[in-house]
Design a binder for this molecule. Structure first.
Ligand code: DO4
Ligand code: MG
Length: 281
């Protein structure tokens, strides 16, 4: 089932999305819906179906969830680790170490404040010369760190600031419009093999495609359970936390984001996350 949120009389509520139409779920936003499914111990899709209106409407999806916390995982694909080490001029540096060692890289990406829906602008820091999209599969967690659904994410990052010094990572990762999520959350039951998804990413500038790349999640070097286990060690993340599982698509320097660029991330089973870039002052 594809779940998300819509705006009804100015209030954000959850909805079931089917064939381009939405069936609103009154009096629940996505977080409340997930929490209720957990408390009542019923599958999320079953509860959503019971509570949703029987009358599909043409409504624009907004952010599929307002996550209390978003965490990012890094160097989970060989392409990401190798690119970042090359940037630092070392053949096998700290990124390869993290790729190889049992403990994964996990960083705080922000809260709902920095998240934007499909169709809304993603940010380019005004003090960055090389901001890149990072197309990633994202996990939506329940109260016990269980995966309740999957969505797409763009972990937009200022790679030049990260490259200057590793201690600048939080500044390269966290700022206005740095995290796009959507278009919808696909419930876990509907995605039996999340390690076999084909993801593509394009960047379009002035109507011309300037970058196109793809990756399969089969190339992911970590299991989701491992990422969640490390994330939740001595760290009880709240229900509705979103975990970005890392990028396998590394864009070229020529396609460093410029204002007006359109980034589109696609996974057939989930949908299309499209955002245009603007300068974040
Ligand atoms: O170490 C830097 C961040 C890595 C990252 O975000 C990724 O691999 O997706
Ligand atoms: Mg990333």
């Amino acid at each position: 089932m594809h779940l998300g949120q819509i705006k009804s009389n100015g209030v954000v509520i959850a909805a079931v999305f089917e064939k381009g139409m939405a069936r609103p779920i009154p009096a629940h936003n996505m977080l409340a819906l997930i929490r209720r499914a957990e408390v009542e111990k019923v599958p999320l899709d079953k509860l959503a179906n019971e509570l949703a209106s029987r009358h599909p409407e043409e409504l624009t999806p907004v952010l599929p969830i307002h996550p209390p916390e978003v965490w990012g995982c890094g160097c989970t694909y060989e392409t990401s680790a190798a690119f970042r080490d090359a940037e630092h001029g070392t053949r096998e540096g700290m990124y390869a170490h993290v790729y190889r060692e049992p403990r994964p890289e996990i960083f705080f990406k922000g809260t709902a404040r920095v998240c934007v829906a499909s169709g809304k602008p993603i940010g380019i820091r005004s003090d960055s010369r090389f901001t890149a999209p990072e197309p990633e599969l994202a996990l939506v967690l329940g109260t016990r760190g269980n995966i309740v659904g999957y969505t797409l994410a763009n972990d937009v990052s200022a790679w030049d600031i990260e490259r200057e010094n590793a201690l600048y990572l939080p500044q390269s990762k966290v700022y206005d419009g740095c995290c796009a999520l959507g278009p919808a959350i696909v419930t876990a039951d509907e995605l039996p093999d999340p390690y076999n998804l084909d993801m593509t990413c394009t960047i379009t500038r002035d109507g011309r495609e300037i970058y196109s790349g793809s990756i399969s999640t089969s190339k992911l070097h970590r299991r989701f359970e491992t990422l969640i286990e490390y994330l939740t060690r001595a760290n009880r993340v709240p229900c509705g936390t979103v975990v970005l599982t890392g990028t396998g698509i590394i864009v070229t320097a020529e396609s460093a984001l410029a204002p007006g660029d359109i980034v589109t991330i696609r996974v057939a089973e989930i949908g299309e996350l499209t955002n245009h870039a603007v300068t974040a002052e």
